[in-house]
Design a protein around this ligand. Structure first.
Ligand code: PLP
Length: 422
């Protein structure tokens, strides 16, 4: 008789937690309703110094101990806008991690730069400062650091490499609302930080984004870019540079403000559940959390990332994830490829006409993404990392259920077979 659900056995968890996200209450609903009823500015932020978007920007800047914050439409354009604000020019190279969401790299292409992929450290899944240094050429202008899964990358070493080579550091904090490195929130530790407030993120208004920075010049250039090329003090029709309209609406700003009031308590709840999960994993062979680092003084979670060892379990990560899900608790294998293996890069085309990055006149150095190899990134994405969602971390029961499934799968690992039960 089979024990594992994937082979027809009983499910380990028959009453899974109904995970709710986003968490809303009357305060969110009332505040948004007030803003909708008032209709100030046609719900456009312009001219509303005390409006929702302006107020959120001040609150988000304060949360990061940053001088400036600019709200934009989403986390992808936040990266594009921040790179424009940093003065990226066509053909400039920007080093990006090979393990991340596509936008960390495609945002560079959108800003007319060339992404150059750096490998990651398997124990942390974060960009490897030594590989950043190896990838620097005379064309390199900066680094996009992604705090992948909310685990802060080693900003101390990255800033050191950046300073020695005269590079900017852009922190893509889409996963890292609430994360701290040595007591300071990530985001404004580098030159500029970008955030996503898309629906799956730890702070959301459906779609939205933000840029934080201590640099006046970057803030001013980002403002102009996001505001169709108008400088901060420009008249209504005074456009000095080129830029899209990336402004966030007052209704989204209203939601962000009441959601932000809940963020810190949620960060603490997720950390408590994650600590419980990490402790429980100590008794499960062949699965381990990311390395502890005392310089991480607070951790926001997008994913709780674990490293799976195929040799210990005798099956592929894919088989394990399917068997896990069959037991009634969702488990994800995270991003299942490196960014350079995605079609946009692997086929060297980045727009619908197929304009080639490799030979385009604007792009000096020939970069053929088919030739890129980052061995650790391939190991991590294809074979190792498992992810548990940020929202599940709001419920201790989700972690209890996950640990019960890990135990059951380990006890019955003899039943796990690649290629069966699929
Ligand atoms: C690391 C990372 N950067 C950027 C983005 C882009 O954010 P958005 O979806 O708001 O455009 C995401 C989205 O998931 C992300 O995960």
């Amino acid at each position: 008789m089979a024990e594992l659900a994937i082979n027809g056995g009983e499910k380990c968890v028959t009453e899974p937690v109904k995970v709710k996200w986003p968490i809303t209450d009357e305060r969110d609903a009332e505040h948004v309703a007030e803003v909708v009823r008032a209709g100030r500015g046609g719900w456009c932020r312009l001219g509303l110094e005390d409006g929702e978007v302006s107020s959120f920007e001040r609150e988000w800047a304060d949360y990061h101990d940053a001088k400036h914050c600019l709200a934009v439409n989403n986390g992808t354009v936040a990266i594009e806008c921040a790179l424009q604000g940093l003065g990226l020019r066509p053909g400039d190279e920007v080093i990006v991690p090979a393990v991340t969401f596509v936008a960390s790299a495609s945002g560079v292409l959108m800003a007319r730069g060339i992404p150059v992929f750096a490998d990651v450290i398997p124990e942390t899944c974060q960009i490897d400062p030594d590989d950043i240094e190896r990838k620097v050429t005379e064309r390199t202008r900066g680094v996009v650091v992604v705090h992948y899964g909310g685990y802060p990358a080693d900003l101390t070493r990255i800033k050191d490499v950046a300073e020695r080579h005269g590079l900017f550091v852009l922190e893509d904090c889409a996963h890292a609302q609430g994360s701290e490195w040595e007591g300071r929130k990530v985001g404004a530790i580098g030159d500029v930080g970008t955030f996503s407030f898309q629906g799956s993120k730890a702070l959301t208004c459906g779609e939205g984004g933000a840029i934080v920075t201590d640099r006046e010049d970057v803030y001013e250039a980002c403002w102009a870019y996001h505001h169709i090329g108008r400088a901060l003090d420009a008249e209504k029709y005074e456009h000095e540079t080129v830029g899209p309209n990336l402004r966030l609406s007052e209704v989204q700003g209203a939601l962000l403000r009441t959601q932000l009031e809940k963020l810190q308590a949620q960060v603490e709840q997720r950390m408590a559940t994650a600590a419980f999960l990490s402790e429980g994993l100590q008794e499960i062979p062949g699965v381990e959390p990311l390395k502890e680092d005392e310089r991480i003084t607070q951790r926001g979670y997008y994913f709780y990332v674990m490293r799976f060892d195929e040799e210990t379990w005798g099956v592929s990560k894919g088989t394990f994830v399917r068997a896990f899900g069959a037991e009634g608790v969702p488990m994800s294998s995270g991003y299942w490829s490196t960014v350079y293996e995605l079609p946009v890069f692997a086929n060297n085309r980045y727009d619908s006409t197929g304009y080639p990055v490799v030979e385009g006149e604007g792009y000096g150095r020939v970069v053929d993404y088919k030739d890129v190899r980052c061995p650790n990134a391939e190991l991590v994405t294809h074979h190792q990392h498992l992810t548990f969602t940020t929202h599940s971390l709001l419920y201790r029961k989700c972690a209890e259920d996950a640990l019960a499934v890990f135990r059951k799968l380990w006890e019955n690992r003899g039943e796990l077979k690649d290629g069966e039960g699929q």
